[in-house]
Structures are given as C-alpha cells and as structure tokens.
Design a protein. Structure first.
Length: 308
C-alpha cells in the first residue's frame, strides 16, 4: 500500500470513528432533558448533572488507566489537559445541563449545530491546517442552515434567549476542548486523553457533586438519563471521537458534527415525545449534504512533527 492510499484509509477510519462518537453524543441532549426535567417538573439540578457525570466517568477512567498501565502525562501535556478538561468536563456539560431545563431537546440540538464550525476553526488554529475556501464554504453553509433552522423553529424571530446563549457558550467550550484533546491524541492514546482530563478534574468535581446531590426523590427516568450522560456522553463517546479526530484531522472530521442536531431530534421523538416535522427533515437533509461535499474539499494537513 502506497503512502497516499494509507492516508486515505486513515482519513476514512477517522471519519467513521468520528461518526460513531457523534451518534453517542447525539443522545446527550435528550438524556440531559430527562435528567434535569422541566420548570414545571424539575428533577436534578444542572450543576449536579454536569459534575456528577464527571465523577462517575472519572472513576471509570481511573480503573481504565490502571488496567492499561497508562503512563503519566508528560510535563508539557498538563496544560493542554487542563484546557481540555475546562472545555469538555466543565464548560460544555455545565452550560448545556443548565440550559436544558428551559428548552426542548429539538430546539437545543439545532443551536448546538454551530459547533462544527467552531471546532474546525479551533482545529485549524492549533494544527496549522489550511482548509480550502470550498471547505470553509461548506462549513459555513451547514452552520448557517442549522442557525436559520433554530430561529425558524423557535418561533421567536431573531431573538436569542438566555438558554440559547448558554448553549452557544457550551459550543465554544466544546470546540476548545475538542481541539486540544485532538492535539493531545496525536501523542497520547486517544482514550487516555479524556481519562486523564476527568481524573485531574476529580478534586473539584467530587466535592461539588456531593454538595449538589439531589435532596428529593427523583423519577427513575432521571437517573437513567444521568447514567447515560455519565458513561456514554462523558466517557465512551470520547474514545471514538478523539481517536477519529487524531486519525482524520480535526478540521475535516469535525464536520461530521453537522448531523448531530438532527440525530438528536430523532432520538428526542421516542425519548421525550417531541415532534419531528417536514421542515426539520428538509433542513436535516440539506445539512447532511454539506458534510459529504465538505469531505471532498482539500485540506492542507502539515506533517505530524509540524502539527505537534
């Protein structure tokens, strides 16, 4: 197999692993909605969900690190690990968990649709990748479609409410965490990146989770939602996601996120009883088309030594 064919196969594996991660992540918003409840029937607090899920995932991570005899991160890796944790252990879970009490999963999923463009921008900056104008055009078009859908579906015109601002802040946090995590995945096992990020966060997440532990009895569905975001969204999903970003390149693989809003909507229908209409399907097909077109656009990826 020549080098060009090897790079193509590596990129394809990265895309498939990235897609697997996104399928896992796409259930996060509906499950968070189950766990947090509504203003009329509140369940867990958003703070407990965000920090408690990190504690559960950190426990699993500690076992995994010991079982795989993971080496300690190098001194130069601690700072990017801390930034990764700030984005994906604290920022994104905290902002989305608080917001999900006040918006439906269908609405939240399209706001989060701006994440691929943010991730691509962070990835291009960190990895010195130079996407073509056509690639950025596809990324911008896909993001514009999901933002337009969010405004249309919300029925509030151009107004942006507080929950939407929290979701946008969550996207920024996730983009930074994804970018730095993908960078670390070039020189660490992808699974070890999220595991170390969770473990080093434990001195903060554990006491805060205990302090915000629910005082009242909760529905079983709330605990099922919490269990999913703790084990899958906060842990296993990152195994596939970071590995996919490392193999296929952050800028290119990040565009798979464009299908996440509409996968989240599909899961929200049976899980939450929310409605999926023809407009949603139409926007979904249009956005998915931009993903595959963008995948064909050239991305200038530097040699590994330069990217690190």
């Amino acid at each position: 197999m020549n080098n060009a064919q090897h790079q193509i196969n590596k990129s394809d594996r990265g895309m498939w692993l990235g897609l697997l991660g996104i399928v896992i992540f796409s259930v996060t918003l509906p499950m968070t909605r189950l766990a947090v409840g509504t203003p009329e029937a509140p369940q867990m607090s958003g703070v407990f969900i965000a920090l408690g899920r990190a504690v559960v995932a950190a426990g699993l991570s500690a076992v995994f690190l010991l079982a795989t005899r993971a080496p300690l991160p190098r001194r130069q890796d601690w700072r990017p690990l801390a930034i990764t944790a700030g984005g994906v252990v604290f920022g994104f879970p905290l902002f989305t968990s608080i917001a999900m009490r006040y918006v439906e999963a269908v609405h939240a999923s399209v706001i989060v649709g701006v994440l691929p463009l943010a991730t691509a921008a962070v990835g291009a900056l960190l990895h010195r990748q130079r996407p073509s104008a056509g690639f950025w055009g596809c990324a911008a078009l896909g993001s514009a479609l999901v933002v337009a859908f969010a405004m249309l579906h919300s029925g509030s015109g151009l107004a942006i409410n507080f929950a939407d601002l929290l979701l946008l802040a969550a996207c920024l946090c996730a983009a930074v965490g994804y970018g730095y995590g993908a960078r670390l995945s070039q020189r660490m096992r992808a699974e070890h990146v999220i595991c170390w990020a969770l473990v080093i966060s434990l001195p903060l997440t554990l006491p805060l989770a205990l302090f915000t532990w629910p005082a009242a009895a909760l529905k079983a569905t709330a605990w099922w939602g919490f269990a999913y975001v703790a084990v899958f969204s906060m842990w296993l999903g990152f195994f596939a996601w970071y590995h996919g970003l490392a193999l296929g390149g952050t800028v290119r693989v990040s565009q798979v996120q464009l299908v996440q809003p509409f996968l989240s909507m599909l899961f929200a229908v049976p899980l939450l009883g929310e409605r999926l209409d023809a407009v949603t399907v139409g926007f979904g097909l249009a956005v998915i088309a931009t993903v595959f077109i963008g995948k064909k656009m050239p991305v200038n990826v530097p040699r590994l030594r330069e990217a690190l």
